[in-house]
Design a binder for this molecule. Structure first.
Ligand code: A2P
Length: 301
């Protein structure tokens, strides 16, 4: 088994393997089970992905003891004002009695009675945001789940420095998010957010670390050249660039050979990190940009 060599220790004591499996496109339990057999010990899902049952099935069928896995799921926008209920639904889907990491999927509460139920919109087509709620209240409810031992740690996703400042300044906030999961790759290196989160003890987790569909970063000349020189694959170089910067990564793959390849991270020399950092000076990309009617990304750099 190729083990993930790097582990990040989160505030609160959770040990997070730096390379996890992203499952947002995964529908086949066999592919997820294969990843666990190959050595993945950090599995990322979400209520919104509608595959928690498949993830739970894969975990059970893998035979790997539950305590050896770090399982992440997320509360969806329409559940911000009913977080405890959302967690119970996720635990039932997963067939687990706790999750290791429970994350707020987006900082925007959506109307719990709107339609369509998972992404409600108003008559004019705009997002049906729950106006009398905000993410500070959602976070307060998430903190209670830690006390109840239903989740080992809590965190956020898609939070900018502006929204993190608001959350951390709130009188009800007693727990600093353990992680902030955001889109992050060499075309979107998130320098300002990384600096801010590092100072606060928040570990960044990179989703779409290969640039999402078609993995455009794997054809990026700077990455291809470094990979050839080091005898690594472009994917290993793109992922290890992030891990070397202290960022966890959750690449998606349903292919066993690529899953195994992605798991094998290495510590990258500073000159190579700097060369990859420089890519975004001329090429920028943000793939995931849902329109919730408010600015979410204040920090792109
Ligand atoms: P597949 O599931 O067929 O392997 P991201 O994690 O940035 O969202 O990128 C995921 C995309 O990259 C998926 O389409 C996945 O396809 C592909 N992918 C994942 N790992 C590798 C790899 N090591 N080499 C090539 N393509 C990869």
């Amino acid at each position: 088994m190729v083990g993930t060599s790097t582990v990040f220790h989160l505030t609160g004591g959770l040990a997070l393997p730096a390379v996890g499996l992203g499952t947002s496109d995964a529908t086949d339990p066999a592919a997820i089970k294969k990843a666990i057999e190959l050595g993945y010990r950090h599995i990322d899902t979400a209520f919104f992905y509608k595959n928690e049952a498949e993830v739970g099935q894969a975990i059970r069928e893998s035979g790997v003891p539950r305590e050896q896995l770090v399982v992440t799921t997320k509360v969806w926008g329409t559940y911000h004002s009913r977080v405890a209920e959302a967690l119970e639904l996720s635990l039932a889907n997963l067939g687990l009695d706790y999750v290791d990491l429970y994350l707020m999927h987006w900082p925007v509460p959506l109307n719990p009675k709107g339609t369509p139920a998972d992404w409600p919109v108003r008559a004019d087509g705009s997002a049906d945001v729950e106006k009398d709620w905000d993410f500070v209240k959602t976070w307060a409810a998430m903190q209670e789940l830690v006390a109840q031992k239903k989740v080992r740690a809590i965190g956020v996703c898609n939070f900018s420095t502006v929204n993190l400042e608001k959350l951390l300044a709130a009188p009800t906030t007693t727990i600093v998010p353990a992680v902030n999961q955001v889109e992050l790759h060499p075309y979107l290196p998130q320098r300002k957010l990384l600096e801010y989160c590092s100072a606060k003890g928040i570990v960044l987790t990179a989703y779409s670390p290969l640039g999402s569909t078609d993995a455009p970063l794997l054809a990026e000349p700077v990455i291809v050249d470094i990979a050839a020189r080091l005898g690594k694959t472009p994917a290993q170089v793109a992922l290890s660039w992030a891990v070397t910067r202290g960022i966890a990564v959750i690449p998606k793959s349903v292919n066993a050979a690529r899953q195994l390849n992605n798991l094998d991270d290495f510590v990258m020399a500073p000159a190579d990190v700097a060369a990859i950092d420089a890519i975004s000076l001329t090429k920028k990309l943000r793939v995931i940009t849902p329109d919730f009617g408010e600015e979410l990304f204040h920090d792109d750099d």
